[in-house]
Design a protein around this ligand. Structure first.
Ligand code: UD1
Ligand code: UDP
Length: 372
């Protein structure tokens, strides 16, 4: 590292950003960078769970979350409030993560001040601007104002190159979620009895998560109806569903899945018990980005409840299956997984394309070598 310690500021606001930035933050501290953490708190409770687990105390907390907040609201609040923090801190580099509205707005604030942006998890695309919505546009616009690209995979780098981004500034780094996941899965114990109703259970656990904006309405309802039908037909299985607090999700989940035998609707789990729940799961159903990346480390089948995914490496590696939101297709795929042992077992041997837990170290190596 050069004589002057670089000042690295991080902005994040939601649960997945916090999980994926936490190991990088800890590695930056370990290496002696000056660090400043600013949370927008686009999420409140979900964010705080992660800060507590990784013992991160932000220097700035913008506390913006409102119930059922609009995209306009998040965008403008973050833009203005992060701008003030940037004027105060004057970092050498601003790090943002992924594709949330916090990500894009914070990057834009930095761009307006000509502060270089480092984008962690750069180069993911579906090529459909409405799926995921608004994330596909958030990450594209962020990449247009980014200086340093931390691309998890070769495919992400190739995509950035095809868009004309400067090759010298693109670094393949794996995905920091694997760093977080392995640390928590291997080093921290957890009593699931404290978190999961009727645990331990003689039933095989299916873990479900769903929260995407583009699924609200009929798609989410189809997903829930298919899962309900599967559980009615298959008495050896139990669904554990930590329901995302977005009111659009809560309402549909309550209407269709509440009071169904062997379906447990529970509060969102802190990351530690959630990782341990995944380890105890037989199948995972999800529309989450991060879960598509984490679960392949466990060799458990992941059914992706979305029409498109930007995680095509996982689909190609055979670690996840893109099943969409159609009632019959979801039901058929679940039946296939539980009735065809050879098919189920094929997931056990696949390699996780998102790395083995080195992402934070690789990103810090790059940051150390950047000449100011
Ligand atoms: C956001 C991100 C999405 C990411 C997801 C991860 C955007 C536009 N969306 O979606 O990319 O995949 O987070 O979970 O950036 N709520 C609470 N408590 C919380 C969090 C949320 O009550 O701790 C409720 C609030 O009513 C809030 C609503 O959920 O207004 C929606 O939160 P928001 O961050 O706008 O959208 P998400 O659907 O969580
Ligand atoms: N997660 C969690 N508790 C839960 C559900 C998910 O800790 O109840 C974790 C999960 O392991 C993953 C991250 O939250 O690391 C994913 O967040 P989310 O699905 O909200 O967002 P996305 O990845 O889709 O942006």
């Amino acid at each position: 590292m050069t004589e002057k310690r670089k000042k690295i500021m991080m902005v994040f606001g939601t649960r997945p950003e916090a999980i994926k930035m936490a190991p990088l933050y800890l590695e930056l501290k370990r290496r002696g960078f000056q660090t400043v953490v600013c949370v927008t708190a686009q999420h409140r409770e979900l964010l705080d769970q992660v800060l507590e687990l990784f013992e991160i105390v932000p220097e700035y907390d913008l506390n913006i979350m409102k119930q059922n907040q609009s995209l306009d609201y998040i965008t403008s609040e973050v833009l203005v409030k992060v701008g003030k923090v940037l004027d105060d801190v004057k970092p050498d580099i601003l790090l943002v993560h992924g594709d949330t509205t916090t990500t894009f707005s914070a990057a834009l604030s930095a761009f307006y001040r000509k502060i270089p942006v480092g984008h962690v998890e750069a180069g993911l695309r579906t090529d459909n601007i409405y799926s995921p919505f608004p994330e596909e546009i958030n990450r594209r616009l962020t990449d247009d104002i980014t200086t340093y690209y931390f691309a998890p995979t070769q495919a992400n780098k190739d995509r950035l190159l095809s868009e004309g981004k400067t090759a010298d500034n693109i670094f393949i780094t794996e995905n920091t979620v694997i760093d977080a996941f392995l640390t928590v899965a291997n080093n921290k114990n957890c009593s699931l009895e404290d978190w999961i109703p009727e645990f331990p259970t003689t039933k095989k656990i299916i873990t479900l998560t769903a929260h995407r904006r583009e699924s609200f309405g009929i798609k989410l309802r189809n997903i829930f109806k298919a899962i309900k039908e599967f559980i009615i037909q298959n008495k050896d299985y139990r669904v554990i569903y930590p329901v995302h607090p977005n009111p659009n999700v809560l309402k549909a989940a309550d209407e269709i899945l509440k009071n169904v035998d062997r379906i447990n609707l529970i509060e969102p789990l802190p990351y530690l018990p959630f990782v341990h729940l995944l380890k105890n799961s037989h199948i995972v159903l999800t529309d989450s980005g991060g879960i598509q990346e984490e679960v392949p480390s466990l060799g458990i089948p992941v059914m992706v409840l979305r029409e498109e995914t930007e995680r095509l490496e996982a689909v190609k590696a055979g670690t996840v299956k893109l099943v969409g939101t159609d009632y019959k297709i979801i039901l058929d795929e679940l039946q296939k997984l539980v009735s065809n042992k050879q098919y189920y077992d094929s997931y056990k041997t696949k390699k996780n394309p998102y790395g083995t837990g080195n992402a934070s170290r690789l990103i810090c190596n790059v940051l150390e070598n950047i000449e100011e």
